[in-house]
Design a protein around this ligand. Structure first.
Ligand SMILES: Cc1cc2nc3c(=O)[nH]c(=O)nc-3n(C[C@H](O)[C@H](O)[C@H](O)COP(=O)(O)O)c2cc1C
Length: 170
């Protein structure tokens, strides 16, 4: 009787072992977040691809007051984006908070504005500063041609307590 049941028991053990192995792999894998701001959609599609590639959670950093086309007019010195970028302490309000605690690696994406990141990225970092400490932060950007280097330098200078890797221009 015992002999008859043996293959069934073996099968049960095998599947239990397989399940534990999957659970262990999932537990050991570091969780990745792709957090990004996008005013006109270019950084959004780059972020979506990145999140798929890295099996990461996607989070859009949104302004409480969305940017209009006039807000984004960089030719107008009085437009919202021009005024925000002119003032380094400007911190546009964010629509919703992110819980970044479960993530070890965080891609931080944005369009290049006047050579660096939009001030809303500062708002997001300031809101999460304590939790961001000790995490691996990978800046990525889209632009009309400007490199990402100066934006990364700016982030490193502004937040020396955070661990910034090299930036990626997508
Ligand atoms: C206010 C403003 C300033 C910008 N400044 C720059 C710049 O300095 N260098 C550059 O290459 N592109 C600049 N751009 C272009 C954007 O970086 C580029 O179009 C980006 O891909 C837009 O991303 P998004 O669609 O995710 O908002 C600027 C765009 C705006 C609206």
């Amino acid at each position: 009787m015992l002999k008859l049941n043996q293959p069934i028991i073996m099968k049960k053990y095998f599947f239990a072992l397989l399940l534990s192995a999957f659970q262990l792999t999932a537990f050991c894998q570091t969780k990745t977040l792709v957090a990004y701001f996008s005013a006109t959609g270019t950084t959004r599609s780059a972020a979506q691809k990145l999140a798929k590639q890295h099996n990461a959670t996607l989070w859009e950093i949104e302004a409480a007051e969305p940017y209009t086309a006039e807000d984004l007019n960089w030719r107008n010195k009085q437009s919202r984006s021009s005024l925000e970028m002119k003032n380094p302490s400007e911190r546009p309000t964010i629509k919703q908070c992110t819980d970044i605690r479960p993530y070890e690696t965080i891609y931080v994406g944005f369009p290049i504005w006047w050579g660096i990141c939009p001030r809303i990225i500062n708002s997001w970092i300031d809101n999460n500063l304590e939790q961001l400490k000790g995490k691996k932060l990978i800046p990525f950007a889209t632009s009309g041609g400007s490199p990402v280097g100066p934006a990364v330098d700016y982030l490193r200078e502004t937040y020396p307590e955070l661990d910034w890797t090299e930036g990626i221009l997508l």
